[in-house]
Structures are given as structure tokens and as C-alpha cells.
Design a protein around this ligand. Structure first.
Ligand code: AMP
Ligand code: GLY
Length: 426
């Protein structure tokens, strides 16, 4: 099969690396890709937010048998629907199911209606009503812009003053544009053992009939060590999650995952693809923080290297709704991903800095924001490279990853030095 992956980041490079190992795959393509994807796939320069352009490309390139749509924006824009309308086979949810991520208000209503455990919340499209509710609830409180906002539309407000300012920013100043037309005001959840509360990302394959969780991962959203600094797209991940147990796995499968799949079916919005559960362990059990309609970035970079089963076989089984027939197996041990970012990220940063990569041992260097300019590898985004290491445990993988990081550099490169140390006490 010839397979095209839509997206430009580390996640897409990681998916291509996993597909490259598949016995079923001949040639790989990436739309639009980066310097890393270009090493294993043919990069295609088509705007993947333009449904007509994507369809025209697919019609002109009948040698491509299968499309994997990964980023949130094209999923929310209905690129899977567009490709299916011309008979193409895809991995990824249709637009009416991708709403589980693209509208937080939809996700909260769904959980309320089907009794799926999550933080108590209320949704508003009117500033006055929202302000009254926030004042009645008091701080701490969480404000979320309803729509897609590059992972930046969530404000954790410690004081009422912060909450009032945040509400003004989202609803009156429209900092997040249309994404902030509605706002979800949510109870601030506490963790069972840690503050801020302990979180785990569990990605799951689902064809609408069966849902199969992948190995767990923990993300690091803040820019600086010790979970300080601004929120980012993710500064590193490790797998598996240290506090995960068989008991938690069955609690999550039975109380959250299966009910979510059934709820989407009952709403006439069958979800097929990768459904991402962002979860918090609280004194009242596991609760949903957020759903994503896709593989997480940078969770994918630590999850897929642990997958033993042929990824293409799983993708096709999801498309054909026979996931129950596939035995999905995982490697033992652990995996760590350290994100190397441009100086200044997540605020303004420079592009075009030359990247030097020396000896990285048996680590994998996954590309995110990179490009080739005048024959040189240069930075081309906020998150630039992901150094991925496997080991017998998280500590061994962590040491390997940071040893490799020492041999990589460019002007202004920044990264966190504490990926993989949290939640050690379980
Ligand atoms: P989200 O984009 O919904 O994942 O939110 C970003 C981050 O904000 C999450 O990963 C949590 O760390 C935090 N967060 C979101 N909602 C809550 C909540 N209700 N209580 C506590 N923390 C939250
Ligand atoms: N790592 C979180 C996300 O992909 O949204």
C-alpha cells in the first residue's frame, strides 16, 4: 500500500516511522511534512486545510491507497469527510465526531448526559451570566474557550480577580477569536496525591464497536522545569505512567472509554480513529480533563515506539470496523521523549538557525519544526526536534535521551531537564 499522512510535526514523523516498519506499506507520503519526514516519505506541498485542494490531489494521485489525518484543524474542518466522498480510505474521525475535541461545550454536555466522570461545569455565551456564575463559584476555577485554541485556551485561575480578568480576555477582548464565543467554566480538580493534580494521557484505537487503549503516557505542558512557566504544546513525554495500575485501567475502560464510545454512537456521531483521553486521578476516582480527536503530540512519540503490532494492520482494521479481530501487543520497558525547542518558545522565537546533530547512540531523532535551506538543516518552528529513547525503565531511557541531547544544538536551543522524573512515588 501507498500511504499519505497529513500533518507537519513530530507526531506525524513518529507515525511515518511506525508505518515504515509495516510489512503492508510500500511508499509513504507526507502532506506537508518537514525535513525529517522527507527522509522516509515524499513530502507533498498541498494546503491540508483546503478540502478542494486535498480532493484534487487525491484524484490526481490514485496510487495512494490510504490517508491518515492527524492534526485537530483538518479533522474539525472535515478533511476525512472530503476524502471519503471521493472513495478514499482514511484513518481519523469524520467532522461530526471530531467535535468531541473541537467544542469543549459539546464534550462537557456529552459527559453530563451519559454520566462520564469529569469536573462539574457550566457553559455560557453571555459575559454577564458567566461573570455571575464565576462570582458565585469563587476561586480556584478553570475557564476554557470552547473552540480550538492551540492548547492555549485554558486558564487555571487561582483567585477571583484572575478569573474575572480571564473571562474578560476570552469573552470581551476575544483573545482566542471565535474559539471564545462560548466559555466553559469548570470546577478546579485536585489530584489524589499531587498538586497540581496528577495527569495521564491514554490514547485509544476505536472503530466504534471496540475500543482498545494504548500504553499510557505523561506529558509536560509547561515550558520550564518543575512545571513552571507558560503552557506549551508539550515539552516532553514518558511512557508508561508510573501511577497506572490494572485497577485504574479497568476503571477507565469501564467508566470512561466504553461509555464515551457508546455515547458517540447514541448521538449518531460514531468515532473511528484515535481517541485521546486526558485524565486526572482525583480523590473521587479517574476523571476526564479533555478529549482529543487524534493522536497526542508528543505522546505519540513515546507510545508508537512501544507498539509491537503492525500499525497499518490496526489502521485498516479501524477503517473496516474489525478492530476486535486484531491482537494489539506492546513492548516491555519504557520510552522517554525530550522536546528541543527554539529560544523564546512558546512566545516569539527565531527561525532558520542551523541545527547540528552529533552522536545520538540508539536514540531516535524525530523532527517537528525543521526544514532544509540551502542544503542545511535549520529550525522552522517552536518545537524543533524530539529525542526519543527506549530503556528497561523510565530512568534508563531518560539518561539515554539526555546523553543524546548533549550532542545536538543550535543557537538558542532550549529544553526541560526534568522529563520523566514526576510521579515517581506512584
Ligand atoms: P486542556 O487543554 O483541557 O487539557 O487543559 C490544559 C491543562 O489544564 C490540563 O492538562 C490540566 O493540567 C489543566 N486543567 C484543565 N482542566 C482542569 C480542571 N478542571 N481542574 C484542574 N486542572 C485542569
Ligand atoms: N499533548 C497534548 C495534545 O496533543 O494535545
Amino acid at each position: 500500500m501507498n500511504v499519505l499522512v497529513i500533518g507537519n510535526g513530530g507526531r506525524e514523523h513518529a507515525i511515518l516511522l511506525a508505518l515504515k516498519k509495516s510489512k503492508k506499506v510500500d511508499k509513504l507520503y507526507c502532506m506537508k511534512g518537514n525535513a525529517g519526514t522527507a527522509e522516509i516519505a515524499e513530502n507533498v506541498n498541498v494546503d491540508f486545510m483546503d478540502a478542494e485542494a486535498v480532493k484534487a490531489f487525491a484524484l490526481a494521485n490514485q496510487q495512494i491507497d490510504y490517508y491518515v489525518v492527524t492534526p485537530d484543524d483538518p479533522l474539525a474542518a472535515g478533511i476525512v469527510d472530503a476524502l471519503e466522498s471521493i472513495g478514499k480510505r482514511c484513518f481519523g474521525p469524520r467532522k461530526n465526531a471530531a467535535i468531541i475535541e473541537s467544542s469543549k461545550a459539546f464534550a462537557k454536555d456529552l459527559m453530563k448526559k451519559y454520566s462520564i466522570p469529569t469536573a462539574k461545569s457550566a457553559t455560557f455565551d453571555n459575559y454577564g451570566d458567566a461573570l455571575e456564575y464565576v462570582r458565585a463559584q469563587g476561586a480556584p476555577i478553570v475557564l476554557k474557550a470552547d473552540g480550538l485554541a492551540l492548547g492555549k485556551g485554558v486558564l487555571i485561575c487561582k483567585t477571583l480577580k484572575e478569573a474575572e480578568e480571564g473571562l474578560k480576555e476570552i469573552m470581551l477582548d476575544k483573545t482566542f477569536g471565535k474559539a471564545g464565543e462560548k466559555v466553559v467554566v469548570e470546577e478546579c480538580m485536585r489530584g489524589l496525591k499531587y498538586d497540581p493534580g496528577e495527569e495521564v494521557s491514554v490514547l485509544a484505537f476505536t472503530d466504534g464497536k471496540t475500543i482498545v487503549p494504548m500504553i499510557t503516557a505523561c506529558d509536560h505542558k509547561r515550558a520550564q522545569d518543575g512545571d513552571r512557566g507558560l503552557n506549551t504544546g508539550g515539552m516532553g513525554t514518558f511512557s508508561p505512567c508510573p501511577f497506572w495500575t490494572d485497577e485504574l485501567a479497568s476503571e477507565v475502560l469501564n467508566n470512561i472509554m466504553i461509555p464515551t464510545m457508546n455515547a458517540m454512537n447514541a448521538e449518531g456521531r460514531t468515532f473511528k480513529g484515535c481517541l485521546y483521553f486526558g485524565l486526572m486521578r482525583t480523590p473521587d476516582g479517574m476523571k476526564v480533563v479533555e478529549y482529543n480527536s487524534r493522536f497526542g503530540d508528543p505522546e505519540t512519540q513515546v507510545v508508537l515506539p512501544m507498539l509491537k503490532t503492525d500499525l497499518m494492520e490496526i489502521f485498516e482494521a479501524v477503517t473496516d470496523e474489525r478492530l476486535a479481530d486484531v491482537d494489539i501487543e506492546w513492548e516491555s520497558g519504557a520510552c522517554v521523549c525530550v522536546v528541543l525547542a527554539s529560544g523564546g518558545y512558546p512566545l516569539a522565537y527565531r527561525k532558520g538557525e542551523e541545527i547540528k546533530i552529533g552522536d545520538v547512540g540508539d536514540c531516535t531523532v524525530i523532527h517537528a519544526g525543521t526544514a532544509i535551506k540551502d542544503g542545511r538543516l535549520v529550525t522552522n518552528g517552536g518545537r524543533v526536534l524530539n529525542v526519543v529513547a527506549r530503556g528497561i525503565d523510565v530512568e534508563e531511557a531518560r539518561k539515554k535521551a539526555y546523553a543524546a541531547v548533549k550532542n545536538i544544538g543550535w543557537k538558542g536551543m532550549q529544553y526541560r531537564t526534568d522529563i520523566g522524573v514526576k510521579y515517581r512515588e506512584g
